[in-house]
Ligand binder design. Structure first.
Ligand SMILES: Cc1cc2nc3c(=O)[nH]c(=O)nc-3n(C[C@H](O)[C@H](O)[C@H](O)COP(=O)(O)OP(=O)(O)OC[C@H]3O[C@@H](n4cnc5c(N)ncnc54)[C@H](O)[C@@H]3O)c2cc1C
Length: 385
């Protein structure tokens, strides 16, 4: 194919997860020529608990009803080795909406395509060349696309970041999950809440997320201080829950980046969003809200720029500075406290459980940010020390 035949777009978005879908939705809605390049064919299985917190759900102006498996108004936190559990007060709006990512992601992409975005499936980005007025992207089979700007929404192992010369993440959290069909009695036992068990493993948590007809159960660790076998941890957790050892369970693993990239999220014509940028919440390990919110932000930043590179960069950087970095810095401190100092954390929870649960509820509902509690948290910490 000669250079002239290369399809040219205003924006190419690599990755059809929520970050890519929302970026495409915003860009296409503004009438820009936009293409989504996805290595898989949709719908595809995605390793994820599929717990969409209300902070993310309320940011969507797309009807996701067709992808909802269950809506939960309560979450429950259990402490391993203790009979103590904490429940959030019931919310009028769904605190956590349970989805299966294959259906959810496909629905978001469909909405972006209805706004005018194009989708090329089976396009695995392999080569990326930036030149004075755009970027050429080539896939494993030699197909080319070019665009004035590129959004890297291709997740934790982002090819856009790698090819665009970003360095590796400082920290990623390994996590495993399985989808389990259980007895009606067990389904009834776990179907009322999103359940989190702190300290299984020691530096992380495990979860049970009830879907329509089955349970998504997983384990994740946020500080890899020592080597452990996460598969064994998952088995220990299933036993702890009183679920039989499902020898034939399909277990899937992936990583969640818990630290923004040190070079930032913008390099020239390349913009990173969601997991590719390292924007996931280091306390909850949830990345759907940052994927959705940063996808919307980059889409709006480019749309408002009139495809002017300097303006698009400055618009998106403003969002990152105002909404992302300071809050993530506070959240990282809290995560360190939560997962590396369990004795101190349990003491604080015993002292101030009502206030802490209320604060966490407000964060999940998108009514507050971590940094709103920074001063109070630091003062408590000083008092304890
Ligand atoms: C076990 C586990 C459980 C989790 N549970 C939750 C949860 O319950 N709630 C929550 O909020 N978060 C959860 N997360 C985190 C969440 O899954 C991610 O934060 C979220 O998927 C990030 O969205 P994204 O759009 O940035 O990237 P992704 O969803 O990872 O999408 C990236 C897309 O890019 C495509 N791609 C990758 N490489 C290329 C390439 N070279 N060329 C073209 N396309 C490419 C991929 O196929 C994929 O479709 C979990 C993570 C793990 C590992």
């Amino acid at each position: 194919m000669s250079i002239k035949q290369i399809p040219h777009y205003d924006v190419a978005i690599v990755g059809a997860g929520p970050a890519g879908a929302l970026a495409a939705y915003e860009v296409a809605k503004a009438g820009l020529r936009c293409v989504i390049l996805e290595k898989e064919c949709l719908p595809r299985y995605k390793v994820c608990g599929g717990g969409l917190i209300y902070k993310a759900r309320k940011a969507l102006d797309i009807d996701i009803c067709a992808a909802i498996e269950r809506e939960l108004s309560v979450t429950e936190i259990a402490l391993f080795g203790s009979t103590k559990t904490y429940r959030t007060p019931p919310q009028e709006k769904p605190m956590v909406t349970m989805v299966m990512r294959d259906q959810f992601d496909q629905l978001l992409i469909k909405a972006a395509c209805e706004q005018g975005a194009s989708l090329i499936e089976g396009f695995e980005l392999k080569v990326l060349q930036t030149h004075s007025d755009g970027v050429d992207l080539t896939d494993a089979s030699g197909r080319h696309v070019s665009a004035k700007m590129v959004v890297g929404a291709d997740g934790a192992n982002s090819a856009v970041a790698r090819l665009g010369a970003w360095s590796h993440f400082e920290a990623v959290a390994p996590a495993l999950e399985c989808e389990l069909t259980v007895s009606d009695a067990d389904m009834a036992r776990f179907s009322g809440t999103a359940r989190f068990d702190l300290d299984i493993p020691k530096d992380g948590y495990s979860w049970v997320f009830p879907k329509g007809q089955h349970l998504s159960i997983g384990v994740g660790r946020f500080f890899n201080k020592e080597r452990i076998n996460l598969h064994q941890t998952l088995d220990t957790y299933l036993a702890h829950l009183g679920l039989q050892a499902y020898a034939d369970k399909a277990v899937h693993g992936f990583v969640i980046p818990l630290h923004p990239r040190k070079e930032g999220a913008i390099l020239g014509r390349l913009f990173l969003v969601g997991d590719a940028a390292g924007f996931a919440d280091p306390v909850l390990g949830e990345g759907l809200s940052s994927a959705i919110l940063s996808g919307i932000a980059v889409g709006k930043a480019i749309a408002a720029s009139g495809v002017d590179l300097a303006r698009a960069q400055s618009n998106y950087q403003k969002y990152i500075d105002d909404e992302v970095l300071a809050d993530l810095a506070t959240a990282r401190k809290l995560a360190g406290f939560c997962y590396l100092s369990p004795t101190m954390r349990n003491w604080l929870m015993a002292q101030s459980s009502e206030r802490l649960i209320k604060a966490m509820t407000r964060i999940i509902m998108g009514e507050s940010q971590y940094q709103d509690y920074q001063m109070r948290f630091m003062n408590k910490l000083k008092f304890w020390q």
